[in-house]
Design a binder for this molecule. Structure first.
Ligand code: ZN
Length: 499
């Protein structure tokens, strides 16, 4: 479905050349703006939002301070099931309407934080005055920063009655979906930004890179028709990709364009808005996605600038078409080329481990729980972290059969002695001991029941003893690698199992 950027007739060659040169100059300017935003980001980053687990109560004071500034209009547009006001923030007086909404899935907050960084940019009178004047005179911008505050409260995808808002645009059973639909209907915006997070397991095509940002111009129907609003969104995405390639080349992917008749983006496209789905995925060394938050900040501001100047119109559709698809070739940690012994035979295996985040402290924090995702030849997968252990022998970490009486006793354990006996788990009798995880470098089983079956197989816990020449060199406890020479440098968490 490739279309020429230029009309087939009527423009002489020098006119076409002029447009190409002009497009190049504009793109260079847009990249320069993006770099300026990148370099000055720390001045505008909302420091009170430090990680992904902020709550509604953290953003309400930030929204209230916007009311003191004339350029913002703050409206309450309805309440969530648990009674939290949902806010719509408006700015600008231009004729092109842009509607952005974030966190309809409660545990997808990366773009939300970026929106507050963008508000800070607008709050600072001295920052980018020309850019802001340009945006505010050409655009009317409408933002719902947290569509699903009840889900955010417990850091879960769905709302508080377990309905996925992004499957409720037709049936409209939830107040949150109704609010989003009502605002959409009242605006009939030219552009919509549907802001989400996606799993860390997505890769950009079959590359060994995470899909750090994935885009989609959603389909308006099962035929995936290229309607005018969709084409507009594709061109805008192409423009955003050109800019983001300055910062995250090879880490951009495209979400599946299969039509989902119950989803907002698909229906909003059908109803005439050019919708950009933006999904923040993973980035190596950035589990809290603070770098991707910064990339969101740049992506959204660049897109607004491109809409205001109309520059996206000259972006060739081939850029959108050539974005690699989202694939699932990422794992959190891969151990390569280990020797597994079974019944006197040896097998060379890779082991892939993924971490699940388990909420605690009212979903303010999480600890990590590892399991084996897969084993065997994992050469098509890439790990956020990897280690080559060629020549090393792996065996499952066992549970020491003699139980300990108290936490004090556990703290006296010398980990290396435990590992040398093949153990990564200990038994604890103390029924008073509470907590679901520990920072000791071994798992704790409270109450005497051994949940850990000690097998290396998919879905099993990831606890291993790794030897070379009969000496323990590494252990893996709850998916965390420990170099036996540097046990004290270890930072991570293990699991407390109980009946
Ligand atoms: Zn989502």
């Amino acid at each position: 479905m490739k279309k020429s950027t230029f009309p087939q007739s009527g423009i002489p060659l020098f006119g076409i050349l002029f447009i190409i040169i002009l497009s190049g100059i504009i793109m260079a300017q847009e990249k320069q703006l993006a770099w300026d935003l990148y370099n000055s980001y720390e001045s505008f980053k909302e420091k009170s939002l430090e990680n992904r687990r902020f709550k509604y109560s953290d953003i309400v004071p930030l929204i209230e301070q916007l009311q003191n500034k004339n350029i913002f209009k703050v409206d309450k547009v309805g309440k969530s099931i648990e009674g939290r006001d949902i806010y719509l923030i408006s700015l600008g007086t231009g004729k092109t309407k842009v509607f952005l909404w974030s966190q309809m899935h409660g545990d997808e907050p990366t773009a939300t934080a970026a929106l507050f960084d963008i508000f800070n940019l607008f709050l600072d009178d001295n920052a980018y005055p020309e850019l802001k004047k340009f945006l505010l005179s050409n655009l009317s911008i409408y933002i719902i920063p947290m569509v699903n505050p009840d889900g955010a409260e417990v850091f879960q995808r769905r709302n508080i009655v377990e309905i996925d808002l992004n499957r409720d645009v037709v049936r409209l059973q939830t107040p949150e979906a109704k609010i989003l639909k009502n605002v959409f209907d009242s605006l009939k915006a030219d552009f919509g930004f549907n802001l989400h997070d996606q799993g860390r397991d997505y890769s950009a095509g079959s590359s060994f890179n995470p899909a750090s940002i994935s885009f989609l111009a959603p389909s308006p129907d099962y035929e995936k028709s290229l309607t005018a609003p969709r084409e507009k969104a594709m061109k805008l995405i192409g423009n955003m990709v050109n800019v983001l390639n300055e910062f995250i080349p090879g880490h951009i992917a495209k979400y599946s364009d299969d039509y989902e008749p119950r989803a907002f983006g698909d229906n909003f496209t059908k109803w005439g808005t050019g919708v950009v789905l933006l999904e923040s995925g993973g980035w190596r060394g950035d589990r809290e996605k603070q770098f991707l938050r910064k990339i969101n900040y740049i992506a959204i501001l660049s897109a607004l600038s491109s809409i205001a100047s109309n520059s996206y119109v000259n972006t060739d559709l081939s850029i959108y078409e050539s974005i690699p698809h989202n694939e699932k070739f990422m794992m959190d940690f891969i151990l390569r080329n280990l020797i597994l012994k079974r019944d006197g035979k040896e097998y060379i295996i890779d082991i892939g481990i993924n971490f699940e985040e388990v909420n605690f402290n009212g979903a303010r924090d999480c600890y990590l729980k590892a399991s084996i995702e897969d084993l065997g030849d994992l050469s098509v997968y890439s790990g956020y972290d990897e280690i080559d252990l060629s020549g090393y022998i792996i065996e499952p970490g066992k549970t020491k059969p003699e139980a300990y009486n108290s936490l004090d006793d556990l703290e006296k354990i010398i980990p290396v002695e435990l590992y040398n006996q093949g153990y990564t788990n200990v038994l604890l009798i103390d029924g008073e001991f509470s907590g679901e995880y520990s920072n000791l470098p071994f798992n704790i089983i409270v109450g005497g029941k051994n949940e850990l079956n000690g097998l290396i197989k998919p879905d099993a816990a990831a606890n291993f003893i790794i030897r070379k020449n009969d000496e323990v060199k590494y252990v893996v406890v709850n998916g965390f690698l420990i170099d036996i020479e540097k046990v004290n440098d270890w930072s991570g968490n293990t699991i407390v199992y109980r009946k």
